[in-house]
Design a protein around this ligand. Structure first.
Ligand code: XMP
Length: 319
């Protein structure tokens, strides 16, 4: 009789076995997978684990504080937070090509992570929240497209370069099972039910050049949109919802004044695995409430549009 409680115990024993007295380092993304992996590993080996969270300045509103509160205060897990915002913004200056953005962010992320690992005196193991679908996808690409649609962001290459072995306690699990395991480990429903968030973060939701100002504008609009989705009780029905900040300015009027500001696009999709997706059919009243609030509350945006594109032919993210 298989239960999550039993799975947790088996995995804790396996991790102890594999790691022994070794040191483990785990990169946290703020997402469910890396969080559950870290909490499970900490249960097994305690402070032999150190977590590293890279704040690249491309995170959502309050995301860094949420990670700090959860890991440091609630779970008491050793956590290093790296403030790398300036470094990422400097590297992104003038970069507008989507693949160039992704490649820079991926490479810079590995560089920052490696520097921190070295500061900690290195580690014997790198922990990752790899899931079963990730394992399959990386070996079964023969029938897939022969072109790269998007370069995905992970810490590939790092284990070899730093001579680390991998600890991947979620390799047999699907997403819904990871959520169950997270609940079993004490994470609340709101945390385990979080929408996926891409490694390159807000950079791929800001077509054109990414700057700190544009990230700040997008963070505010995104937070308003998600607050409305939560208060309408729709968050858990939707696979992913987010705002996108377009590199287009349009004319508007506010009070007696002419405005000339950016366009914000709202995206929401339903999906089972992210491979295909349908748009979420909000009612008109909901969308106009979001538009009104965003335009009133977020300086820099004066027009809001809704993205009606399914996947395919669109992708979920805009870049
Ligand atoms: P697309 O845009 O390809 O996205 O339809 C499918 C799903 O993957 C997420 N995504 C990423 N996740 N690193 C990630 O960890 C990435 O580089 C990345 N790019 C896209 C996207 O948010 C969606 O859930």
């Amino acid at each position: 009789d298989w239960t999550m409680a039993a799975y947790r115990e088996t995995k804790v024993a396996e991790i102890r076995d594999q790691v022994g007295a070794g040191k483990v380092i785990c990169g946290l993304s703020g997402g469910v997978d890396s969080s559950v992996a870290a909490i499970l590993i900490h249960e097994a080996i305690g402070d032999q684990l150190t977590c590293v969270f890279v704040d690249h300045g491309l995170l959502r509103l309050n995301e860094r504080q949420q990670v700090e509160t959860l890991f440091r205060d609630h779970y008491n897990i050793p956590l290093v937070v790296v403030d790398a915002e300036e470094r990422f913004m400097a590297g992104l200056a003038g970069v507008t090509d989507p693949e160039a953005k992704r490649k820079f962010i991926g490479a810079e992320f590995i560089a920052v992570f490696e520097e921190e690992a070295n500061k900690l005196g290195g580690a014997d193991f790198l922990a990752q929240g790899t899931l079963y679908p990730d394992v399959i996808e990386s070996v079964s690409f023969t029938g897939g497209p022969s072109v790269t649609i998007k370069s995905h962001h992970n810490v590939g290459g790092l284990p070899d370069r730093m001579n680390m072995k991998l600890v991947e306690p979620l390799r047999e699990l699907f997403k819904d099972e990871v959520r169950d395991l997270g609940r079993e480990l004490g994470l609340n429903d709101q945390f385990v039910g979080r929408h996926p968030f891409p490694g390159p973060g807000l950079a791929i939701r800001i077509p054109g050049e990414v700057t700190k100002d544009r990230c700040d504008i997008l963070r505010k609009a995104d937070a308003v949109y998600l607050e409305e989705i939560r208060s309408a009780g729709l968050y858990d029905t939707i696979w992913q919802a987010f705002a996108v900040l377009l590199p287009v300015r349009t004319v508007g009027v506010m009070g007696d004044y002419r405005t000339y500001d950016s366009v914000c696009a709202l995206r929401a999709v339903t999906s089972v695995d992210g491979m295909t997706a349908d748009i979420y059919p909000f009612d008109a009243a909901f969308l106009s409430r979001c538009a009104t609030r965003i335009i009133n509350e977020v300086k820099g945006i004066n027009r809001v549009v809704y993205d009606y594109t399914s996947k395919p032919p669109g992708t979920i993210e805009w870049e």
